[in-house]
Write a protein that binds this ligand. Structure first.
Ligand code: C2E
Ligand code: CA
Ligand code: CA
Ligand code: CA
Length: 279
């Protein structure tokens, strides 16, 4: 038992600031939360700049903790990844997001895309593709209304395998987008090999787009490159009209950010979609 304890300690010490006890507690709480259905999905609209229409939603998970209240993903996703719980949690997110999107379509609303975040750990799980196919079948959602958001780190370890997997998903009719674009390594060289449709420009470039000439130049280059590769560019974290105007002048395709809406619970999004609010 002593031996095992030490191994555990070594295994977990790289998550800073948590003791072995806190780790065990956190893992146990996450398991219970899955079991007791304490997770919730919030949705944030993606708005096309040409039309002003909502073209999609990004599903963002929250933990409705019985004592601590609503927790943001930064507080538990890294831990869920560490303990391997991201696979069952991710499957729950996927099922919930797809069934919600189907429910909106069944209400007669204009069909929109549903973007779901995927961690590297999920991507590496052996029944990744099968799970997605199964969820699509169960929920009845047309694959073209599902979009997987992946980061470049997905292809870092085993590039050939990762690209083959992405091709499979692409052939199933699922959309793939690159999240946090510009933050990974050698972003540009990878892009042409990916069967992607959209890149999401990282919030860190958008934040100071109107005051930093570097960030403006990088964003300009990313959008131009996206378009020359026939990809769509969407800007994340747009909070001001100044940012919006600048992105519009660059012919950025779409935006997501507090300027239009924060991530909201499903019932509030339903109201928004019914009213067909435009930008
Ligand atoms: P992300 O995928 O880059 O998601 C965008 C984050 O930016 C979200 O934070 C969103 O609430 C926030 N955001 C949107 N607009 C604005 C804005 O105008 N200003 C600012 N300051 N922030 C904005 P959130 O919901 O806390 O999610 C954080 C991260 O957690 C996500 O980053 C994603 O990496 C991860 N995540 C969320 N849900 C899931 C999930 O279901 N599965 C996995 N694997 N990861 C998830
Ligand atoms: Ca994302
Ligand atoms: Ca992002
Ligand atoms: Ca991120």
């Amino acid at each position: 038992a002593k031996e095992q304890g030490r191994n555990h300690y070594q295994l977990y010490t790289h998550v800073i600031g948590m003791s072995v006890f806190e780790h065990a507690f956190m893992e146990n709480s996450l398991r219970k939360a899955l079991h007791h259905a304490e997770f919730r999905l919030f949705y944030q609209p993606q708005v096309e700049l040409n039309s002003g229409q909502i073209i999609g939603m990004e599903a963002l998970v929250r933990w409705q903790h019985p004592e601590l209240g609503l927790l943001e993903p930064g507080k538990f996703i890294p831990q869920a990844e560490e303990y391997g719980l991201i696979v069952p949690l991710g499957e729950w997110v996927l099922r919930q997001a797809c069934s919600q999107n189907k429910a909106w379509q069944d209400m007669g609303l204009l069909p929109i895309g549903m973007s779901v975040n995927f961690s590297v750990r999920q991507f590496q799980s052996p029944d990744f593709v099968e799970t997605i196919a199964q969820v699509l079948e169960e929920t009845g959602l047309d694959p073209k209304y599902l979009e997987l958001e992946i980061t470049e780190s997905v292809v870092m370890k085993d590039e050939a395998t990762a690209i083959a997997l992405l091709q499979k998903l692409y052939k199933m009719g699922i959309q793939i987008s690159i999240d946090d674009f510009g933050m990974g390594y050698s972003s540009f060289s990878h892009l042409k090999q990916f069967p992607v449709r959209k890149i999401k420009i990282d919030i860190s470039f958008i934040r100071d787009i109107n005051i930093s000439s570097d960030d403006a130049a990088i964003t300009t280059a990313i959008i131009a490159m996206a378009h020359s590769l026939k990809l769509k560019a969407i800007a994340e974290g747009v909070e001001t009209m100044e940012q919006l105007n600048f992105l519009q002048s660059l012919k950025c395709d779409a935006i997501q950010g507090y300027l239009f809406s924060k991530p909201l619970p499903a019932d509030e999004v339903t109201k928004m979609l019914v009213e067909k609010r435009a930008l």
